[in-house]
Design a protein around this ligand. Sequence first.
Ligand SMILES: Cc1cc2nc3c(=O)[nH]c(=O)nc-3n(C[C@H](O)[C@H](O)[C@H](O)COP(=O)(O)O)c2cc1C
Length: 435
Amino acid sequence: MTRQLHLLLFGNTRSAGPWRHPDIDHTTAGVRRALIERARTAERGGLDALFFADGLNFGPPATWAYKTTEDFEPLTTAAALSSVTEHIGLVLTGSATLAHPFHLARQFLSLDHLSGGRTGWNLVTSFAAAAADNFSARGVVDHDERYRIAEEAIDVVTNLWDGWGEDTIVADRQAGVFNDVSKIHVTEHHGRYFDVKGPIGAARSPQGRPVIFQAGSSSAGSAFAARHAEVIFTGQGNRARAADFYRQIHAKALAVGRRTPPLITPSLRFIVGSTEDEAARAERTAYEHFSPEYQAGWLLEVDVDVTGADLDGPVPSSAFPATTQTHQTALAGYRALAAEATTVREFLYRTVNGWGAQVIGTPERIADDIEEWFHTGASDGFVLSDSGLPGQLDLFVDQVVPVLRKRGLFRHEYAGATLRSHLGLEVPARFGVQA
Ligand SMILES: Cc1cc2nc3c(=O)[nH]c(=O)nc-3n(C[C@H](O)[C@H](O)[C@H](O)COP(=O)(O)O)c2cc1C
């Protein structure tokens, strides 16, 4: 089968800045309508999935003045969106550090059933102090230990997901017996971090299991991702760095004996216009509607501190800590972006997509970049983000997607019903059962 491009879209647009645009309804009802419209537009374009990021906190206090109340809980949001869409996948962030694996397993499997097999779990190891403070007074767990906890959590979750086999449900009306109890697998997990008995009482999902997404980039993180992720998110500022990361992950996946490496979909922010002039105008509007104050506050979460610096002066070297325990990858990415920016304001604008890549231009120009990354071993697709301004997503769907289709890179319509099928992933064997 020809290799197909995979396109996901950030479900939540960055909530600071664009709300000031006169055509944006920033009331809660307006945000709800916009989310539904966003999901339907992405589905009209045949995109693989919507992705909802989450940090389990409202962000550093320095950002609070500028944020809209768009911070809905991702699973609940996705459940609502699953009933107004039919095909598009729904990928949600769930913390393997702060959420209990029993809850995670049950919630994701429930959503996978209710959405007809369209769910993915973005497994994160929560690093924010503000998130840790919402769950206990113990503070942030050490970076590598978070990955050890995640190892145990993913084991528990997949085990719970597979409690029911193909032949567990007998639904014998005559005898009044629904389940063959001998075919129910009870988890009985007793580990260092969790004790979970199970089962959770739901059949296997229509796609076998929710798809596992992961964005680990550090040494422990990428080892985890190479072992467990079916799709990897990453921020890579340019194609050369992305290709390097792609090669490393493939080598690590091979080394742990995987037959198929994970798909790798770096983040990509786009600004599109029918002509170069229109794209430049859209870019100016985006620049006018971004909030440097918010962005500076947001970066505090990854220990980058430009608060108090002159927005029109150079990025001070004091913005970056000498060493970090927690955000090695993010810091390296931000440092690289700072080196390319002439002012603090420019640097802040460039970080609205984290430390990921961006492309500004006509539909052909955007398709060229996507195609180049895809064909040169830098990515299997992208997680897209737009500027959050009116009309940009429509332009992508109506003008960029047709170019990608014409070039044979992207699907004309959904071939199957599940997220796994959109991504071309196999249904995994049941836990503990050889394929
Ligand atoms: C596209 C993308 C999306 C991410 N989404 C989230 C998220 O929703 N929540 C979160 O806590 N971390 C998120 N992260 C951060 C990663 O989970 C991870 O902490 C980061 O890549 C650093 O990896 P490391 O811990 O292995 O150094 C995201 C990263 C990327 C590249």
